[in-house]
Design a binder for this molecule. Structure first.
Ligand SMILES: Nc1ncnc2c1ncn2[C@@H]1O[C@H](COP(=O)(O)OP(=O)(O)O)[C@@H](O)[C@H]1O
Ligand SMILES: [Mg+2]
Length: 397
């Protein structure tokens, strides 16, 4: 006999259920429950109707795998529905009750031009371009599902000038759900307090991430970066940046330098690591031949630096000057590998503080900046070192 499972849903789920427009923009603060509700909703749809084609997408495959792809397979597991035989891992689809959940990235919109869907979910929709949305809209061409085919966008309202705000809001065929942490009864008090504490740091970040209101991208600090497919072959130099955390994640970033281009890749982003755990991770990540490469680490924790140095790593305290460090990162020709999901999420949202009148201040908001701190430590400290000591051998005779 099959086990009966009652699934708890939030108000967002109910609003998704009652939405009637072709496009549903689900916009809200951090962790308001947008992704979870959308994942639950699509699972429910597949369970209620056979033969559906459901497309689940995010701009890049590594990010998709770490977020909505994983969320859906985890929920299927939690609900006792997951069967490995229904999961085609190489083609990235799952057959649920005769419906197909197809996971795809839109690195190349051409790839999707022959597929037909009933429902499409664009996760972190601000990462896509307007044209991606238009292409996906043409793909809602499968024979209509009960109630009609639909496209669902989930996003944080970081930029009031993004294509979603400018081109979709206010249209008749677009419905909007606004949400904030208040709509998610499943959050811990600790996380809610973290969000509320943003108010003391920065009004824009508080409005966007806590209240789910549209913010401004004038405040985004780093716009000087592009995606890299992978790290370059034969770099001229390799350095590492390390930010220590415990409740916050410890973050390790590797930077390959070649022809004045800095390619950053995230190697570790994990909470709950003691110094001992972190050292063990470094042993796994950094091969014995690479251990002469410098790791620039958070200078506020000399004990942790000393302990890691004793394990055979070339680790040094970084120069933590924030403004100068940010300027150094802004001046770099910076690429970030597609697999660096947390680093990319941080850099897309890292903002200057604003004062009560909305003026932008020269001070960053200390929120989701762990991998970015690691990047800054390495880039800036190495920059100072190479400026202060050249290679020339000078003798006064
Ligand atoms: N219906 C639910 N049941 C259990 N937990 C939930 C539910 N909805 C949200 N959550 C919890 O809230 C967290 C944040 O939700 P999520 O959908 O990831 O937020 P958002 O996408 O808005 O940032 C989830 O990781 C999960 O722990
Ligand atoms: Mg989400």
């Amino acid at each position: 006999m099959s086990k009966k499972i009652d699934v708890k849903v939030s108000i967002i789920f109910k609003r998704i259920m009652s939405a009637a427009a072709t496009t549903l923009v689900n916009v809200g603060g951090a962790r308001s429950g947008k992704s979870y509700a959308t994942a639950q909703f699509l699972i429910m749809k597949a369970l209620n109707e056979k033969g559906l084609n459901i497309g689940i997408t995010r701009k890049t495959m590594p990010a998709l795998k770490m977020t909505n792809y994983r969320l859906i397979t985890d929920l299927l597991g939690k609900y006792g529905l997951y069967k490995p035989s229904c999961h085609n891992r190489s083609e990235h689809y799952y057959i649920l009750n005769g419906s197909r959940l197809q996971f795809f990235s839109l690195d190349d919109p051409e790839k999707i031009k022959s597929s037909e869907f009933n429902y499409i979910w664009m996760e972190e929709a601000t990462e896509f371009a307007y044209n991606d949305y238009l292409v996906l809209l043409t793909r809602l061409s499968a024979p209509a599902a009960k109630g009609g085919n639909r496209i669902y966008l989930t996003l944080n309202p970081t930029d009031a000038n993004c294509w979603i705000a400018k081109n979709l809001l206010g249209r008749k065929d677009v419905e909007v759900i606004h949400s904030s942490y208040k709509d998610n009864p499943f959050l811990s008090n600790e996380y809610v307090n973290t969000l509320l504490s943003l108010k003391d740091y920065d009004t824009n970040a508080y409005n966007v991430f806590a209240l789910g209101q549209w913010g401004s991208s004038d405040k985004i600090i780093y716009k000087n970066w592009q995606y890299a497919q992978e790290e370059p072959q034969n770099p001229q130099d390799v350095i590492w940046g390390l930010d220590f955390g415990f409740n916050n994640p410890s973050a390790l970033v590797r930077i390959c330098i070649k022809d004045n281009i800095f390619t950053a890749a995230e190697y570790l982003y994990q909470t709950g690591l003691t110094t001992q755990d972190l050292t063990e991770k470094l042993v796994q990540i950094i091969s014995p031949q690479e251990r002469t490469q410098t790791i620039y680490a958070d200078a506020a924790e000399p004990d942790r630096i000393a302990q890691i140095a004793r394990a055979g790593f070339n680790i040094k305290p970084a120069d933590k000057a924030v403004s100068n460090g940010i300027m150094a990162v802004k001046a770099a020709k910076l690429f970030i590998t597609k697999t660096s999901v947390n680093l990319i999420k941080e850099i897309q949202n890292y903002c200057w503080k604003t004062d009560l009148n909305g003026n932008v201040l020269e001070d960053p908001v200390k929120f989701n900046d762990h991998a970015l701190d690691a990047l800054r430590y390495a880039l800036y400290t190495r920059g100072i070192e190479s400026a202060s000591c050249g290679d020339a051998e000078v003798s006064f005779i």
